[in-house]
Every structure is written in structure tokens, then in C-alpha cells.
Design a binder for this molecule. Sequence first.
Ligand code: LRH
Ligand code: MN
Ligand code: MN
Length: 397
Amino acid sequence: MKNYEKRYEILRGMLEEEGINVDEVEKKLKNFRIETPSWGYGDSGTRFAVFKQKGSARNIKEKLQDAAIVHKLTGICPTVALHIPWDMYDDWDELLKYAESLGVKPGAINPNLFQDDDYKLGSLTHPDKRVREKAIKHILDCIEIAKKLGSRDISLWLADGTNHPGQDDFRFRKHRLEESLKEVYSHLEPDMRLLIEYKFFEPAFYHTDIPDWGTAIILSKKLGDKAYVLVDLGHHPLGTNIEQIVAILLDEGKLGGFHFNNKKYADDDLTTGSINPYELFLIFNELVSAEQDGLKMDIAYMIDESHNLKNKIEEMIQSVENIFRTYAKALIVNRKALRRYQEEQDIVMAENTLVKAFETDVMPLIYKVREEIGVPLDPLKAFRESGYMEKVIKERG
Ligand code: LRH
Ligand code: MN
Ligand code: MN
């Protein structure tokens, strides 16, 4: 890897032969940013147990420290999503300064409307107005926190739903949701955005109030220009064509962001790209294609994972690597050839054009970019050699 130059020259030559502007690809890679989640650095678990790891972050400051080392080693993760009240703090100005001193900043603010007994039957959709008002108030508090921290996005996921047919009225709940969201939306600052995250099941097992992208886009269209849809890769039924959803949302100008992770069965929150890397590639293929076609888009690329077995910081770096590498692969798709094969209805060659990019080893491009932005060529190795984990295990006990 140290002498990657030869591999780089060969790859560059091959890509240029295909008419791909390698300087442009490298520029795009340098500008790419991924947000990591505070909750990915703390101890988490399954429904059955929480597994504690030595040295894992115990509070928001320690989570920011871990996010900062990920950014230092990768160069592309300068912001950290916060979850409120998990990351509640009494002096936001001080926290912001602390984050900046580490070289990172708070990113999306995620209101938590799923861990209070009051929300057993719903939050923004709850039959009781008093509970709905409490949920709205929590989101408004989050908007205030976002203002203090300079965060633009409020990322909203609701656990609302029912477990039993007949438990509540679908349409009434929809009306309550629309009314509550309207109230929240009216408090956004002009440059703020509301990202509406859908999920088809869990924790409710009969119906969920925002089960899919269709419901999320209807809500965001009714609300207005500051409301967008957030796609969490783990939130679909098995077999769903996520890349098509991405394409439709892009075409409608309503894709606001991603929660990256990977699933095998349910909302598994596993390492991004670890179970179905080709799906991740096809998603990025839609993003790059839309961008090259000049579509207006402003997308928050965020990771939403809980790391239970692997070392949390290592799994975060691994996820960032997988996302970055997959983006690079999508950037080298020969789009002119693809379009031509589509027009000629040459299905085999059209498909092979995608597969060729997916199977190309793009690491030399990534090494080049890393060298130029001054980060280690191999962030995971650098992390293991840094002594960071040993240090925090001592400090955090
Ligand atoms: C729900 C979800 C949502 C939450 C996060 C912790 O499954 O994806 O984004 O905020 O997990
Ligand atoms: Mn999510
Ligand atoms: Mn999830």
C-alpha cells in the first residue's frame, strides 16, 4: 500500500481510457462527508442484554472524543449526530466549544420520543392531547438546542404505532400526526430542515404511523420546503428495492438524508456494507447519477448503528471506509456507456457496466485522496497503532 503509486497510475490510465475525469472523481471524494452518531460510541445491546465494553464512551463528552478520533483518522467525519435526552447537557455553549476544541461539531439533533412511559400509545399521534403536547414540546426544545449548537437538521423518528387491530383509528392518528408536525414545522428557523424517518415495524407490531417512504413524502410535501424524507437502510421489509426509493425521492427533490447501516433480517444496525455491499453500491449509483444529471440535492449522509460485538470505534471506521469506497465505485461508473447501452436495449452490457465499476479496486484513488488531505492511508491500522483505546480504557475505567 505504501507504494500504491504504480497501482494508482494503472487505474487512472484505465479510467481515463473510458473517458472518466479522475481529477473530478478525486475532488468529489475530498468533499464527501459522513456524520457519525453519538449513540454508536456508547454501550448498547439487543432487546435481550446490553454488553459492556471496556473503555466505551459513558457520556456526551466521551462520545465526542471518540467521534473526533474517527474524524482525525478518516478526515471526512467532522460532525456528530446527537440524541436528546441521551446526550442531554446543561451548558450547550460549553459543549459546542468542547466539540470544536476536538475538531468536530454537533450535527443532526434527534429528538427521542420513545422511552417515556407517556409515549406507550404514541407521541405525536397519541389519543391524549396532553401527551401530544408534551411530545411537541420536546421537539421544540430540540430545535432550541439545534439553534444553540448551530445544527441545521432535526432528524425525527417516531416509535408511534399500535399492536392490535382496532386499538386506534388509522385516519385519526394520521390527522393528529399532521397537526402535531405542522406545529413543530412552524418553529423551524428558515435554514433548518425536518428529516422524517420512516420504519415499517418495531416497536409497534401491528401498524406503524410512518411505515414507509410514501407516508413520509406525503407528510413532507404537506409541510413544505423544509421537510424531507430520511432513508434508514434498515427500515424496510426484506427484498425492498431501496435504490429505487432513493431515485424517486431524488427526482421529487425530497431526499434529505440517510441513516446508513446494514441488515440481514430486521433493523439489525450492522456495519454498513457488510451484508449487502452491492445494494449500497446501487444506492450510491442513483445518487451519483442524479447529481451528474444536475438534480438539486442536499443530502445528510449519516451512520445509524449500534456496535455490540466489535470495538465501537473500529466498527465506525470500518463503516466509514465501506461507505467511502462504495461512493468511489459509483463515481467511476461509465455513465455515457451505460446510457448508450440502455438506449440500445443491450441489457447485458448495461448491467456489466455497473458490475465493472463495483468490482474495480478503487483503493488507489482513496489512498491518493487520503495522502492529499493528510490522513493515514489505513485509518483502522492507524487507530490500532495509536494507543487510543488503551488510553481511554485507563481513563474511563
Ligand atoms: C430507529 C432508529 C432511529 C433512532 C435510532 C436510535 O430504529 O433508526 O433513527 O433515532 O434508531
Ligand atoms: Mn435510524
Ligand atoms: Mn433503526
